[in-house]
Design a protein around this ligand. Structure first.
Ligand code: ADP
Length: 432
C-alpha cells in the first residue's frame, strides 16, 4: 500500500513534468523552424529582386539569368507551365500579382533541402531552385531533443527524491498508527517543520499521549474500584465466617452490625460510581427546579447531626435565604459531602463555620471552614480526582469519590469550587 502512494505520486508528478516540457518543446521547435525559413525567404527575396533589377537595368533577357547567376546551390530556369510548381490557389494569385512565391521544402537524399522561388517577369515564369543544408534543421532538432531528455531525466530524479521526502513521514506515521492500533500508546514520532504533515505528526503525538493518559486513568480506575469493593467484601466474608462459628449473642449483634455497615458502604460506593457516571455522561433523569439552598443545607446538617454531636463540633451558621435553579438531589450531595468531610477531619470540639450569601455582583457564595489538620499543597491538586484520598493508607472512612461528585455537580450548575487549606484547617468555597 505504501509503495502504491509513492508510485501514484511519482507518476502524477512525472506526467506533469512531461507535459510541461513536451508542449513548450514542440511549440518552440516549430516556431524556430518557421523563423529560420522566414529568414531564408527574406534573404532569397532580396537576392531575386536584385537580380531582376540588374537584368532590367542592363536590358538582359531573362533566359540569360541562369548564365550569370546559377551556381551549385542555385538553378535558375524558365518554365512554361505554372502547374509543374504544385502551387495552391493563394500562391497562384500572388504569382499572377507579380509577387515572389515559395514552394514547400522537399528533402533530397544528395542535395539536402530543396525549395523553389517563382516570379512572373515580363510574361515569363522564372523559377529559382535553392538547396539549403538539412543539417541546420537536424542540429536544431537534436539539440532540442537532448535538452528535452536531460530535463526529463533531471525531473525524474527530482521527482523520486521529492516523493520519497514527502512519503517517508507518512510511512512512519502509518507504522506508528499500526502500533497504536495494537495497543501501544507510548509511540511518539519526531516533530520537525511547520507543514501539514508535521502538523499531522504533532497531532498524532498529542493523540497518543492523551490515549495513554486515558488508558492510565482507566487502569487506575479499575484498580481503585476493585480495591474499594474488596475491602468491605473481605470484611463481610470474614464476619460471616465468624457468625458461622461459636459466638455469644453480643458478638453476633456486633458482627451483624459490621456486616450491615460494610454492605451499606458497598451500596453507597456503587451509588456514587453510578451517579458520577450519569453526571459525566449528562444522563440525568430528574428535572431542574427552584431549590432553596439554605433549607437544603439545614437538612444536610440534620442528616449528619449524630456525627457532629458525637465530636462535639461547634457549628457557626450564617445562611441567607437563597434559591437557585438546579437538580435538588444532586445539590444535596454537595452539602452532605462537604459537611461530612468537615466533621470527619475536624478535631474533637473543633469549630465548623458555614456561610451562604449573595455577593454584590449577584453571585451566590457557599463557604465551609473547619479546624482540621488541613490538606498539603501536593494533595490539594488531587483531592477532586476520583478515589483520591490524602491518607494513602486508605484507613480513613470514605471512598474518595465525595469531592469528585461535588465538583461535577457544581460544574453542572455552572459553578466553581476552590479550596484553601493550611495546617490550621480547610476552607471550601463554591460560587454559583
Ligand atoms: P472521602 O470520601 O474519602 O472523604 P473525598 O473525595 O470527599 O473522599 O475527599 C478526598 C480527600 O480529600 C479525603 O480523603 C481527604 O484526604 C481530603 N479532604 C477532603 N475534605 C477535607 C477536609 N475538610 N479536611 C482535610 N482533608 C480533606
Amino acid at each position: 500500500m505504501r509503495s502504491c502512494i509513492f508510485r501514484e505520486l511519482a507518476t502524477v508528478i512525472l506526467f506533469i513534468i512531461c507535459i510541461t516540457l513536451l508542449i513548450p518543446y514542440l511549440v518552440f521547435s516549430k516556431f524556430t523552424a518557421r523563423t529560420i525559413q522566414a529568414e531564408i525567404h527574406n534573404y532569397v527575396r532580396t537576392s531575386i529582386q536584385r537580380q531582376l533589377d540588374y537584368i532590367e537595368q542592363e536590358s538582359i533577357a531573362p533566359e540569360q539569368l541562369s548564365d550569370i547567376y546559377a551556381t551549385n546551390a542555385l538553378v535558375i530556369q524558365l518554365m512554361e507551365n505554372m502547374e509543374d510548381l504544385e502551387l495552391n490557389e493563394q500562391q497562384k494569385t500572388l504569382l499572377e500579382a507579380g509577387e515572389i512565391v515559395f514552394t514547400r521544402y522537399r528533402s533530397h537524399p544528395q542535395r539536402g533541402l530543396l525549395f523553389l522561388a517563382a516570379v512572373r517577369y515580363r510574361g515569363k515564369l522564372l523559377v529559382w531552385e535553392f538547396h539549403t543544408s538539412q543539417a541546420i534543421f537536424d542540429r536544431l532538432r537534436v539539440s532540442g531533443l537532448l535538452s528535452l531528455v536531460s530535463s526529463l531525466l533531471l525531473g525524474l530524479i527530482c521527482t523520486l527524491l521529492a516523493t520519497k521526502h514527502v512519503i517517508q513521514p507518512l510511512q512512519r506515521l502509518d507504522a506508528a498508527t499500526q502500533r497504536v492500533a495494537a495497543g501501544d500508546f507510548d509511540v511518539r514520532l519526531p516533530e520537525r517543520g511547520k507543514d501539514e504533515i508535521s502538523s499531522l505528526i504533532r497531532n498524532f503525538n498529542v493523540m497518543t499521549s492523551k490515549l495513554g493518559g486515558v488508558e492510565l486513568l482507566r487502569n487506575n480506575f479499575i484498580s481503585d474500584i476493585s480495591h474499594e469493593f474488596k475491602t468491605p467484601l473481605t470484611a463481610i466474608e470474614g464476619y460471616a465466617k465468624l457468625l458461622e462459628g461459636e459466638c455469644s449473642k453480643e458478638e453476633q449483634q456486633e458482627y451483624l452490625a459490621i456486616i450491615q455497615e460494610e454492605a451499606g458502604r458497598l451500596s453507597t460506593l456503587a451509588e456514587n460510581i453510578l451517579m458520577l457516571n450519569r453526571i459525566e455522561k449528562g444522563n440525568i433523569t430528574s428535572k431542574q427546579q427552584q431549590v432553596r439552598l439554605d433549607e437544603q443545607i439545614r437538612r444536610a446538617l440534620t442528616l449528619c447531626e449524630g456525627r457532629w454531636e458525637q465530636k462535639d463540633i461547634q457549628l457557626q451558621l450564617s445562611l441567607e435565604e437563597l434559591t437557585i435553579q438546579g437538580y435538588e438531589a444532586l445539590l444535596m450531595q454537595v452539602w452532605t459531602n462537604l459537611i461530612d468531610n468537615a466533621v470527619k477531619f475536624s478535631p474533637q470540639g473543633g469549630q465548623v463555620s458555614i456561610e451562604l450569601f449573595r455577593q454584590p455582583s449577584g453571585r451566590i457564595v457557599f463557604v465551609i471552614s473547619d479546624q482540621g489538620s488541613g490538606i498539603t499543597p501536593e494533595n490539594v491538586t488531587h483531592i477532586f480526582e476520583k478515589f483520591y484520598k490524602a491518607d494513602q493508607s486508605r484507613k480513613s472512612d470514605g471512598n474518595g469519590l465525595g469531592l469528585s461528585i461535588v465538583k461535577q455537580v457544581v460544574q453542572l450548575h455552572n459553578g466553581e469550587i476552590a479550596v484553601d487549606s493550611s495546617c490550621a484547617g480547610s476552607t471550601f468555597t463554591i460560587l454559583f
